[in-house]
Write a new protein. Structure first.
Length: 287
């Protein structure tokens, strides 16, 4: 693999020890990078930490982490104290147990990483673990120190290798029961439900991430290009929410593969507003 390994160690299942290397499965390196600049001069800004009481800049050697106790008072934690408190990494993914893939709550998923055999000599044990997980449709729950923290990790078979996904701790995940508590119970018209199911069936497809369109990055690239060329960007018109009394008609049109006719603009709408409704030119990446 061309990328650089971010971690190397072993997977340990009882007495089976398999050396592996870990690689980042996702990257943001291709995203457009923006910097803070001075609007007046166009010069790039640099961050300066200032004492909130004295308003004086603080040099990097005097910047330490602290925990607020009460009334704006802090317990200062020196770098060596934090380092001593962090668990020592033994570079071992210790497998605690196995769970069925279908019983894993994706809410706990954090970041994915690829696991590959560390050397050609260790491929036998690696393939053994991979195929055992694949055939049982199971995932291994392991733990290890990653990035200075003891982290739970989910290991699954993926193509010719393994995927290790760091997991959120239980205290980090908000309760879905509380999050959805304010959604009222409603009865759905049988015809509406039948039409919705028909739409789902006609639009059934495969998971194809290569077709995903990063609209934000495209819009940002077009904005940068337009600013360079001195052009004006016309904002996209946001679709209006379907009103309850229009829902059945919208479903019928969707099921028939038709679009709802646009509503006529009111007399109060200005000519400037009409211009804003026009679709923007096709977006191109900034050169």
């Amino acid at each position: 693999m061309a990328a650089r390994a971010i971690w190397s160690g072993v997977i340990k299942i009882s007495e089976i020890v398999c050396p592996v290397k870990m690689y980042a499965a996702a990257t943001t390196s291709e995203r457009i990078s923006l910097n803070l600049v001075n609007r007046q001069t166009g010069h790039r800004l640099r961050r300066v930490y200032v004492d909130e009481k004295t308003d004086k800049p603080v040099e990097s050697e005097d910047q330490v982490k602290g925990y607020e106790t009460s009334g704006g008072k802090y317990v200062v934690l020196e770098p060596e104290e934090i380092k001593a408190a962090v668990p020592n990494s033994d570079k071992v993914l210790n497998v605690d147990n196995f769970v069925a893939c279908g019983r894993i709550d994706p809410t706990y998923f954090d970041k994915p990483y690829y696991l590959l055999p560390a050397t050609d000599a260790t491929e036998d044990s690696f393939v053994l673990i991979r195929e055992a997980l694949r055939q049982k449709k199971a995932a291994a729950i392991a733990h290890t120190v990653l990035f200075r923290r003891l982290r739970p990790v989910l290991i699954r078979a993926h193509r010719k290798g393994l995927i290790a996904t760091t997991l959120n701790f239980d205290y980090e995940v908000r309760s879905s029961r509380e999050a959805f508590d304010d959604i009222a119970q409603r009865k759905i018209d049988p015809e509406m439900l039948e039409l919705a199911q028909h739409i789902l069936k006609t639009k059934a497809g495969e998971f194809q991430p290569e077709t995903f369109d990063d609209r934000y990055e495209e819009a940002l690239a077009e904005l940068v290009k337009a600013k360079i060329e001195g052009r004006k960007i016309i904002p996209l018109r946001q679709p209006e929410p379907t009103q309850p009394n229009d829902l059945l008609e919208a479903l019928r049109l969707s099921a028939a593969g038709k679009e709802q006719p646009p509503k006529k603009p009111t007399a109060k709408k200005t000519s400037a507003a009409k211009k804003d409704d026009q679709a923007p030119a096709k977006r191109r990446k900034a050169s």
